[in-house]
Design a protein around this ligand. Structure first.
Ligand SMILES: [Zn+2]
Ligand SMILES: [Zn+2]
Length: 163
């Protein structure tokens, strides 16, 4: 998830022009965004800059478009507009960096912090019991496929310190 932390500053660089139907607002807004990396759950932060161009019509005016923003008396409420623009601009799957290595599916360790991280063996623990069984030459063991494992979501187990 990624979003704009409550109370964070918004940098506005706007031009307001008075037009017949109201006030035309154009410019840019920059907001701080924070979230967590979809792979390693590490912190992701950055700035999203959005372009704004919106006509705020006078309360009494009949806009061509019913969805047009309206002036609230003499005030312009930029919040709904900003929210829509920023949400559209947020990365759908935020990453702390493009080549984030994510978490180890075995133990949940952050592989970015330990790129050589690996486990001794890929043997499914259910096969461990079969280790040490030596074939006696004649007999073969009919080994059944292990039941399919529930899909692991590496994020779930590593969420312990969050929230
Ligand atoms: Zn990451
Ligand atoms: Zn591991």
């Amino acid at each position: 998830m990624i979003g704009v932390p409550p109370g964070s500053p918004v940098e506005l660089d706007l031009r307001l022009e008075s037009v017949v139907e109201g006030v035309l607002v154009s410019g840019t807004a920059a907001v701080e965004v924070r979230g967590e990396c979809v792979r390693c759950l590490g912190e992701v932060y950055g700035q999203v800059q959005v372009d704004i161009q919106e006509l705020f019509v006078y309360p009494g005016a009949e806009p061509d478009n019913d969805l047009a923003s309206r002036l609230q008396g003499d005030l312009i409420d930029l919040e709904p507009l900003l929210r829509d623009e920023v949400v559209l601009d947020l990365p759908f799957q935020p990453l702390c960096r493009d080549d984030c290595l994510g978490l180890c599916v075995e133990c949940g360790a952050n592989v970015n912090k330990d790129p050589d991280h690996r486990h001794e063996t890929d043997i499914d623990p259910r096969w461990e019991a079969l280790r040490g069984i030596e074939g006696d030459g004649g007999k073969s063991y009919d080994v059944l496929e292990p039941a399919p494992q529930a899909t692991k979501f590496p994020g779930k187990s590593a969420r312990r310190n969050q929230e």
